[in-house]
Design a protein around this ligand. Structure first.
Ligand code: 5GP
Length: 195
């Protein structure tokens, strides 16, 4: 489970790690926001109207959902369940409000926060996103500062300065978490060594 302020470079980081790890998948979220240029339905998000989104939320179809920058975003319970049932580890890119809800539902999830290398870098990355108006940019800078205060509630923090280093850091966390004693196959150990 990954959170970061918009502009921390999280999307690129997640894509790189998912592409390099066959056991890892991203769950495609639902959102009521408009697609940006280059975004594809059901790949980047499933784009729905705010009305459809609210209906889905009232039917309990989201594990968590939140309003972020004036739009609704949610993680589909069915998509998450299907990926886990197939044996994948699932990478979720969700905001800090969603993460707090998620922590209650999945207390043994792994929570990772991505920070940009500096305030200036964050501003430049947000400015580089042509689709954001100036007002939207200012709102996102304010939200970023507020979101970053939550880093203490996460298990790990990665500063995304050099992308390759951030990719290595994230992969190391995922690999280490898979090897935790609590996650190993106890039945396999018992049947092999203690019969
Ligand atoms: P963007 O519109 O820039 O793609 O995403 C804006 C914010 O929404 C990011 O902080 C991202 O983590 C968050 N977000 C994306 N999908 C979800 C989701 O399913 N649930 C929640 N709570 N936040 C999400």
């Amino acid at each position: 489970m990954i959170s970061a302020p918009s502009g921390a470079g999280k999307t690129t980081l997640c894509r790189r790690v998912v592409a390099a790890d066959k056991r890892l998948r991203e769950s495609v979220s639902y959102t009521s926001r408009q697609p940006r240029r280059g975004e594809r339905n059901n790949r980047d998000y499933t784009f729905v109207t705010a009305d459809e989104f609210r209906k889905m939320a009232s039917r309990g179809e989201f594990v968590e959902w939140a309003e972020v920058h004036g739009n609704l975003y949610g993680t589909s319970r069915k998509r998450l369940r299907d990926l886990l049932a197939k044996g994948f580890d699932v990478l979720l890119d969700i905001d800090t409000q969603g993460a707090a809800q998620f922590r209650r539902a999945f207390p043994d999830g792994v929570f990772i926060f991505i920070l940009p290398p500096s305030r200036e870098a964050l501003r430049q990355r947000l400015e580089g996103r042509g689709a954001n108006s100036k007002a939207d940019m200012e709102r996102r800078m304010g939200n970023a500062a507020r979101e970053m205060k939550n880093y203490k509630n996460y298990d790990y923090v990665i500063v995304n300065d050099v992308l390759n280093d951030a990719v290595s850091g994230l992969r190391a966390i995922i690999e280490s978490e898979r090897l935790r004693t609590a996650r190993v196959d106890r039945a396999w150990i018992r049947d092999n060594f203690f019969y």
